[in-house]
Design a protein around this ligand. Structure first.
Ligand code: HEM
Length: 730
């Protein structure tokens, strides 16, 4: 392929202007006529493939043919580069190969010279050859053409590089690109009023910046890009943070601006918190697979590739730490409440966590609470079914009703988790559900929504000055605590009275997580209270929201819905009413939950502070740095998932979910990873699978639009507006 590209690019470069600028045929024709002398030719040629007509037309057609070939060669090279990258990652993460990629690679003879940066990503130890930039180098012979940059005036307006030579201009994929080698070049170019989008267009030895003529100066300033330095750059040698030979320093990691407070102000001004997930996705596309971000008091390194997340995970130590949700911690300290596992760290966290794991994570515990979840899921379907029969349209027994199911889903999530926690129903599916419980649901929603803006500010200061935002947050927590306290006390009394009657502690009687913890007596009552409150607060929105997304995706993907339903019906028939057997027989339900959380991860990041220095993407990251695995961009990355936009629960088959190799398996991380992963994971997974199973057994789901749902981030990722779903009885 190299030779093909070289040969093709060796064409007289002057004739390339129409090709690279994408000027319309007619414009080319005018230019061409002017150059050759128009003669008697009055109209542009109608086709490109004929060799008939006057010599001028033949020559023009020949030019066009050459240009077409060149275009095709470039396209093939570009496709092959991308395919090579994808193929590499597919192999690495044990994904199935794509036939499209194989075709692209075979088109160029199976060999692709990747740009240096990509080569380094794939084979960090292999020094990339200097001729790895064949494609871009070839372009650098292009003379500057005014037509390339319609918004610039003359050649003299091209900014000079630091060594005095003019920066190079290239055009690729319809974008005009200014190639700069250093940050200084970039500064000069922006000073000379070049309208630079600061988008890393392609990996080259220096930095390629695409030039978008329409971009405003303000937009330009919004993002800062660090240039990728070359091996010979003397600044690399001076970097004190460089850990190993050839590793880049921490400061060299691309970033979105050094001043955390300025960044925070911009975030607020542009309402970016709401779309933090999209901001991350965009920034990865711009800066590459690793970048730093400072926002107010927070500073993080953000990553998304499974191999990098694996590196992070392997350095989390015995007591993994997440970014502390300071507003929550401050609330506990001010009110003198004990902290549960969510907010604890170190040996204390580990001790409590091991005790909790026994009650909520271990298989024996799951067997105990599965029937409780199943009962609530059936009640949900009964309630919705009754409403469909009463208010729906169509014949009796085959009615349809369109509703926003989210209020029911929130009630379901609280009822289900409380059933597991307290071993008794709280009556949210009765004809007169408790107002207190409804208020609890509202309080959790307010608590989550007010956490995000508080995260980047010092909460103690806000508390002292009595800031309304802080007050709202603290009130929401107070309500959560007081409601949980009432429930806990009621649970304790029930347990004590049943014990005095000699019923408690009976073999096979599940008394809820609370009862189990009290019975064992290994956690103090204060710590039981702290953890049960956390579990209660953590068990509502986290499951209700993904269920909204799951129902919507099933509704807009009828074929997927039928496929999953088929498996569920068969499994249900075989299981004879045993929910555990039914779930085991329908692995697509598990895939359905995973797939929903891939596209809509409840928490968009998982953070860790590595306990030792690590190297990610060849950058040195000192121990103690807050590194975030960004789940939203990960789930939608083409480098990690084939057809990422396709909703396909089947993609999580047995061979896909394996954990083979370093980096393998680090693709489904919605519940976090390792010892610190979500302690409510087994409750949540089973709760969601059981509800989806019963819904699929009872209803056909549909939605009025097949559009992708708009999403917003309020500490959890949720739909901008809860989607309406049509439930039709089967
Ligand atoms: C789909 C539902 C859920 C998702 C996606 C989810 C996600 C997460 C994530 C990402 C973490 C951080 C894990 C890490 O740092 O590695 C976490 C922690 C936690 N989650 Fe969940 N969660 C869900 C449901 C629940 C439920 C139902 C409960 C309670 C019943 C719960 C309680 C907790 C607690 C207490 C922690 C802190 C664990 C610790 O630090 O040791 N979560 N969750």
């Amino acid at each position: 392929m190299d030779t093909v590209v070289k040969k093709t690019l060796a064409l007289p470069i002057k004739t390339l202007s129409s090709c690279v600028t994408g000027v319309k045929e007619e414009e080319v024709w005018v230019v061409h006529r002017a150059k050759r002398g128009a003669g008697g030719v009055r109209s542009p040629p109608s086709g490109t493939g004929h060799s008939k007509g006057p010599p001028v037309i033949r020559s023009y057609q020949a030019d066009l043919e050459k240009e077409r070939k060149l275009r095709e060669a470039l396209k093939a090279q570009k496709n092959a580069e991308r395919s090579a990258m994808r193929t590499h990652f597919r192999k690495k993460y044990q994904l199935s190969m794509s036939s499209k990629d194989t075709i692209h690679l075979s088109t160029v003879g199976g060999k692709v010279a990747l740009p240096r940066e990509l080569t380094e990503m794939i084979h960090p130890e292999t020094p990339a050859k200097d001729d790895g930039h064949i494609l871009l180098n070839a372009f650098q012979g292009l003379s500057f053409n005014k037509g390339l940059l319609r918004h610039t005036q003359s050649k003299s307006s091209i900014p000079g590089s630091a060594n005095g030579e003019p920066c190079k201009i290239i055009r690729r994929e319809g974008a005009t690109i200014l190639v700069v080698q250093t940050a200084e070049d970039l500064r000069v170019s922006t000073q000379t009023m070049w309208r630079v989008s600061l988008r890393l267009f392609s990996y080259n030895r220096g930095m390629c910046v695409s030039v978008l003529p329409t971009l405003s100066v303000r937009a330009r300033r919004r993002m800062c890009v660090c240039p990728t330095r070359t091996e010979g750059d003397p600044r690399r040698k001076r970097d004190p943070l460089r850990g190993q030979r050839g590793t880049r320093g921490f400061e060299e990691i691309p970033h979105t601006g050094r001043n955390g407070w300025m960044n925070l102000v911009k975030f607020w001004r542009d309402d970016q918190f709401k779309v933090l997930h999209k901001h991350m996705e965009k920034t990865f596309n711009t800066l590459g697979p690793i970048y730093r971000e400072h926002l107010g008091t927070q500073s993080t390194v953000n990553i998304l590739l499974p191999c990098d997340i694996s590196e992070l995970f392997h350095s989390e130590g015995l007591h993994p730490r997440r970014m502390t949700l300071q507003p929550w911690a401050t609330h506990r300290e001010i009110r003198q409440h004990s902290k549960g596992v969510f907010l604890k760290n170190g040996a204390e966290w580990r001790a409590d966590r091991l005790l909790l794991n026994k009650e909520v994570m271990m298989t024996s515990a799951v067997h105990c609470f599965l029937p409780l979840l199943d009962e609530v899921a059936r009640d949900f379907c009964h309630l919705v079914g009754t409403r469909v029969e009463k208010e729906g349209q169509g014949q009796e027994g085959r009615r349809s009703l369109t509703i926003d199911p989210s209020p029911y889903l929130f009630r379901f999530a609280l009822e289900a988790s409380c059933h597991v926690l307290y071993g008794e129903r709280i009556g949210l599916f009765t004809s007169s559900p408790s107002q207190e419980s409804q208020k609890f649901i509202f309080a959790v929603e307010r608590m989550l929504a007010t956490t995000l803006p508080l995260l980047y500010l010092p909460p103690r200061l806000l508390w002292r000055v009595g800031a309304p935002l802080w007050k709202e947050h603290a009130n929401a927590w107070d309500h959560i605590f007081s409601h949980a306290e009432t429930r806990i006390q009621r649970g304790c009394q029930r347990l004590l009275s049943s014990q005095s009657r000699g019923v408690g502690g009976e073999e096979g009687v599940f008394t809820g997580v609370l009862g189990q913890l009290m019975d064992k007596g290994q956690l103090s009552l204060e710590l039981i209270r702290a953890n049960i409150t956390e579990l209660m607060a953590g068990g509502v929105d986290t499951t209700a929201v993904p269920l909204q997304f799951a129902l919507y995706e099933l509704g807009r993907n009828p074929a997927v819905q039928e496929h999953v339903r088929g498996q569920v019906q068969a499994a249900w028939a075989r299981a004879g009413g045993d929910p555990h057997k039914a779930l085991q027989g329908a692995p697509l339900l598990k895939g359905l939950v995973k797939e929903t959380l891939r596209l809509y991860p409840v928490g968009i990041t998982v953070q860790r502070y590595p306990v030792r220095d690590i190297v990610i993407q060849n950058y040195h990251i000192p121990a103690g740095t807050c590194v975030q695995a960004c789940l939203y961009p990960l789930g939608r990355s083409q480098d990690v998932f084939q057809d990422p936009e396709r909703f396909d629960p089947g993609r999580w088959g047995a061979q896909e979910s394996g954990n083979g190799g370093r980096g393998g398996g680090f693709r489904s991380l919605a519940f976090g990873f390792g010892a610190r992963q979500c302690v409510g994971r087994r409750i949540a997974e089973n709760e969601m699978q059981l509800l989806l199973m019963h819904i699929l057994l009872s209803f056909r789901l549909s939605v009025s639009s097949s559009e992708e749902l708009d999403t917003k981030y309020t500490l959890i990722l949720q739909p901008e507006t809860p989607p309406s779903i049509t439930f039709s009885t089967l």
